[in-house]
Design a protein around this ligand. Structure first.
Ligand code: MF3
Ligand code: CO
Ligand code: CO
Length: 275
């Protein structure tokens, strides 16, 4: 049974299993936090070049987040100690920033979640490092299309399964694997809230989408099999078959006639190449 809970500015919000329905104040808060996430991802683009370390990129995220009066929600989250997740090539998600340098031909995902005035703006994009091969670029393109097709299905009256189905159908048409083990999530006052957003499914199944719902869509798509494993560091998720993986993420809110994307790029850097 799916429980929905109406949230106004005065309410304390906890991860209690209910799907939250936010009001105009919530949408205004998410608009600001989401815009900051997008500006951070915009600003990273010129810095993603061969030779840069992922720790250096993480420092840029940390600096911009704090300058804007926000805090990286990942810092101290379940023991995580960085301001972003940076996932290279076969890393599916939750890659830990380090002294590792990017090399020509890599594809990377940077995932940021500034917490601004109590609102979580959660978004990630892919970046191409130098000259990237055609297979990897195609994976990145199709993954972006999967996200946007999922967003197209995000409107009142539809169900979560419609979003998952749209993503799965497009990925599998291209013979890619859709990751099942990690999904999107309710977001807003809480970083990871109900409902779970599964990036596969059957039309008409799962919770009904209602105005006021705020959640992420963040498909992880593999050139190979969908299976992932988590490395001994407890975070880094990689494809079991070591095939390349890509991901894009937006935070969105369901409106009366569709949805609002809170994390759209103000600079128009929606998908690479960004220059
Ligand atoms: N931003 C990630 C997401 O999209 C979560 C990262 S949690 C961390 O949900 F602890 F790994 F940073
Ligand atoms: Co997320
Ligand atoms: Co994220």
């Amino acid at each position: 049974m799916t429980e929905y809970q109406t949230i106004t500015a005065a309410d304390t919000v906890t991860r209690d299993g209910a799907i939250k329905l936010y009001d105009a104040d919530g949408f205004a808060g998410m608009r600001k936090a989401g815009r900051l996430a997008a500006e951070i991802l915009d600003a990273l683009a010129p810095h993603v070049v061969p030779g840069v370390t992922t720790a250096e990129l993480d420092d840029i995220v940390a600096g911009m987040t704090r300058t804007a009066g926000a805090v990286p929600a990942t810092l101290g989250y379940r023991g995580y100690t960085h301001s972003s997740c940076i996932s290279i090539n076969h890393v599916v998600c939750h890659g830990i920033p380090s002294a590792k340098t990017l090399k020509d031909g890599d594809i990377i995902n940077v995932d940021v979640t500034p917490l601004l005035d109590g609102w979580h703006g959660d978004s990630s994009r892919m970046y191409l490092v130098g000259d990237v091969g055609v297979k990897a670029r195609r994976l990145v393109d199709i993954t972006y299309e999967c996200l946007m097709l999922g967003i197209d299905a995000a409107r009142p009256g539809n169900h979560m399964g419609d979003i998952g189905h749209a993503i799965q159908a497009h990925a599998e048409k291209h013979r890619y694997g859709v990751v099942r083990d990690v999904g999107g999530h309710g977001v807003g006052r809480v970083f990871h809230d109900a409902p779970e957003v599964v990036h596969l499914g059957r039309p008409g199944t799962g919770p009904e989408l209602k105005p006021g719902m705020i959640f992420t869509i963040e498909p992880m798509i593999n050139i190979g099999r969908p299976d992932v494993k988590v490395l001994d560091d407890g975070w880094t998720a990689v494809t079991r078959d070591r095939s390349l993986s890509a991901q894009f993420e937006h935070s969105i809110g369901i409106t009366d006639d569709g949805c609002e994307i809170f994390t759209a790029s103000p600079a128009g850097r929606h998908r690479p190449p960004y220059f």
